[in-house]
Design a protein around this ligand. Structure first.
Ligand code: ADE
Length: 418
């Protein structure tokens, strides 16, 4: 078995943390139990490019229980939990290629090693496996039944491949399942982003001016939680609908050009490049904290920040302080990479439970249905989505109502009115 992890001696700690997360992943545990009996993934090779966390470990073990062989690499150079990677190798005999802080070259080397196994299923978080295959490993498609994609940014890249008629195999957009983005993107990103900022800086949010760039599901979650901590939240948006929603949710909304001089903390979650750039850095107050919680480290123009600064000093574990010629200081967390995974532990297990239940069941779905699928981006089938919601409610001990026969009939008829 091949692997490349930081330190196998970390395995003991990683194993305990994997088990801890498992206790909060009730839906995935049920799937794992069924997979162990039915082996729906028997003989299937899965290459998974995901954030290597305790939750991902439990997904990988679920796929393995279903009969798959899994090779795991990181979907971000700074998100790997090295103790988890070590435990997966040492305690569970899994091939893992991921090290926190790996450089870009190593990151892609690891992706290529995963692809060298000639997988049948690709499981992506950000579409780097799919992009690498489509750019320079097209021959691998012959072995591929299909793939899955975890995140908004990845789905956008896949839709672009599909619209240009160059997508080479079917992919299930796990991100677009209701039991994924309504919960993971909103409550997961909401909590874990605040967690990352607070762990990295220990800043007091109460009374601060907190700028959220992007009011998608992730931005909504972060804004909601920052407000809950007592911050004065300002939303910056380009989409009039989302901006209007932010206004009616009670936030101040203004262009980043105006918000830049007001903010104490800035978070980008837009999926686009150079959202915070030189013209904004110029206006920011000394001591401002800047971070990103969108998938790629492109939302903050770090080269511009470097050019404008006379020096950079690492002030805390994940905080670089850039000092301008006039003495102004700006603090960047986690090198502009996902702050929740770089400086904290990512989303809590309880919410990843639903995301990864979607991954496991989508993987099974592709294995059973690949012959019927075209070269398209598919939604997670509604029955899977609803079943995950049902199981999650059950595990939370929440019962809900059912329609009476009369109510069902009413909903199915067009004749009945007032
Ligand atoms: N994305 C966000 N949080 C995550 C986590 N805890 N594990 C894997 N992927 C994530």
């Amino acid at each position: 078995m091949k692997y490349d992890v930081k330190n196998l001696k970390l395995a003991g700690e990683g194993k305990k943390r994997i088990e801890w997360a498992n206790e909060y992943m009730s839906v995935l545990s049920l799937i794992r139990k069924r997979f162990s009996k039915e082996k729906p993934l028997k003989g299937v090779k899965v290459a998974a490019c995901l954030h290597v966390t305790t939750e991902t470990a439990n997904l990988a073990l679920t796929l393995k229980a279903g009969g798959a062989s899994v090779i795991l690499c990181a979907s971000n150079p700074l998100s790997t939990q090295d103790d988890v990677a070590a435990s997966l190798v040492k305690d569970y005999g899994m091939s893992v290629f991921a090290k926190k802080g790996e450089d870009n070259q190593t990151y892609y080397k690891h992706i290529n090693v995963a692809l060298d196994t000639k997988p049948n299923i690709t499981m992506d978080d950000g579409a780097d496996l799919v992009a690498t295959i489509h750019k320079n490993k097209k021959s691998l498609v012959a072995n591929i039944l299909g793939g899955t994609e975890e995140t908004t940014t990845g789905v956008i890249r896949l839709r672009s491949l599909e619209e240009n008629n160059v997508l080479m195999y079917p992919i299930i957009a796990v991100n677009d399942a209701d039991t994924k983005h309504f919960f993971d993107n909103r409550y997961g990103t909401g909590q874990s982003t605040i967690d990352g900022i607070v762990r990295a800086t220990n800043v007091l949010l109460a009374g601060s001016v907190f700028i959220v760039c992007g009011y998608g599901w992730c931005g909504r979650g972060v804004a909601m939680r920052a407000r809950g901590m007592g911050a004065n939240v300002i939303i910056c948006e380009v989409d009039p609908l989302k901006a209007l929603e932010a206004v009616m949710d009670g936030y101040s909304v203004m262009p980043i050009g105006k918000a830049a001089k007001l903010g104490d903390v800035f978070v980008t979650l837009t999926g686009d490049i150079n959202v915070l750039r030189a013209e904004h850095f110029k206006q920011m107050k000394s001591g401002a904290i800047i971070c990103n919680s969108g998938h790629f480290n492109v939302e903050i123009d770090i080269p511009a920040l470097s050019r404008m600064s006379k020096g950079k000093r690492k002030m805390r574990e994940f905080v670089d302080q850039y000092t301008f010629i006039n003495g102004k200081k700006l603090n960047l967390i986690g090198e502009g990479r996902l702050v929740n995974l770089a400086a904290a532990e990512g989303h809590p297990a309880s919410v990843m439970d639903m995301s990864f239940a979607n991954q496991a069941l989508s993987c099974e779905y592709v294995c059973k249905n690949y012959k019927k699928l075209g070269k398209k981006v598919y939604k997670v089938p509604a029955v899977i989505d609803k079943e995950i919601a049902r199981l999650k409610l059950k595990s939370l001990g929440v019962a809900i109502d059912t329609l009476t026969a009369e109510q069902k009939k009413y909903l199915a008829s067009w004749e009945l009115g007032t």
